[in-house]
Design a protein around this ligand. Structure first.
Ligand code: 13P
Length: 245
């Protein structure tokens, strides 16, 4: 099971201390199954990388520029820069970045550049509340996958993170039945399209220590992308413990 902490634009050097608790947990035999990945802001990536170097915890970036190496792009960070400091994962296609202008075409470029740098991709897809009300969810998700993964043949290094946009930060999760159907659809679609039997699917959106008990009952869900609750180590640990009993 994956437990991915997306810290978004939160966290300071002081936050590193609280992560030590999670490192201790990750060393326990019982939690060997937990694949924990921290995605802090760029400013903390190097520190996180060093802190977790000799542990089973991995680090990830939250976004990148579409160019692989370098260029005159003020404020941007390239996949090469990210991988060169020992970071193994990268979140691409998060709805918060789609809102800022990342369309499927740009997302596709970012994914290809990142894969060239041997980064594992946490590929976010999800429908808005408007799209859901218009019954376009399946159409939107398939389109995001088809366009985001254009010219990509192998998906062994891609985690598919289904995050309904309306569930992010709202405290609301989809009805478990609906979610189960959505995950079944996604699994079937991705397996057929990429001739890949067991794609890794995870869920994100208001995951907490309570609803994780329901969410983990969905067989297709192989982990969680956690925002708010991951910034508090006690809550994050609780989520891990409730999932892996
Ligand atoms: P919340 O867990 O705060 O809803 O955020 C989810 C998310 O966007 C993770 O990428």
């Amino acid at each position: 099971m994956y437990f991915i902490a997306n810290w978004k634009m939160y966290g300071s050097l002081n936050s590193l201390n609280s992560v030590k608790k999670v490192i201790r947990l990750s060393k326990k035999k019982k939690f060997k199954r937990a694949k924990i990945i921290y995605c802090p802001p760029y400013t903390l990536l190097n520190d996180f990388s060093k802190l977790t170097k000799k542990t089973r915890i991995k680090t990830g970036a939250q976004n990148c520029h579409e160019l692989e190496f370098a260029g005159p792009f003020t404020g941007s960070v390239s996949p090469h820069m990210i991988s060169s400091i020992g970071v193994k994962y990268i979140i691409i296609g998060h709805s918060e970045n789609r809102f800022l202008g990342d369309n499927n075409l740009i997302i596709n470029k970012k994914i290809i550049s990142s894969m060239n740098q041997k980064l594992k991709i946490i590929f976010c897809i999800g429908e808005t509340i408007k799209e859901r009300k218009e019954n376009k969810t399946t159409y939107v998700l398939k389109k995001q996958i088809i366009m985001g993964l254009k010219n990509i043949k192998k998906i062994d290094n891609i985690l598919f993170a289904y995050e309904p946009v309306w569930s992010i930060g709202s405290g609301i999760i989809p009805k478990i039945n609906d979610l189960q159907n959505q995950f079944k659809m996604l699994k079937k679609f991705i397996s057929n399209r990429f001739k890949y039997k067991n794609p890794t699917l995870i869920y994100g959106g208001s995951v907490n220590q309570k609803n994780v008990i329901l969410l983990k009952q969905i067989n297709e869900i192989k982990g969680f992308l956690v925002g708010g609750a991951s910034q508090n180590s006690n809550k994050f640990i609780d989520i891990i413990k409730k999932t892996i009993i």
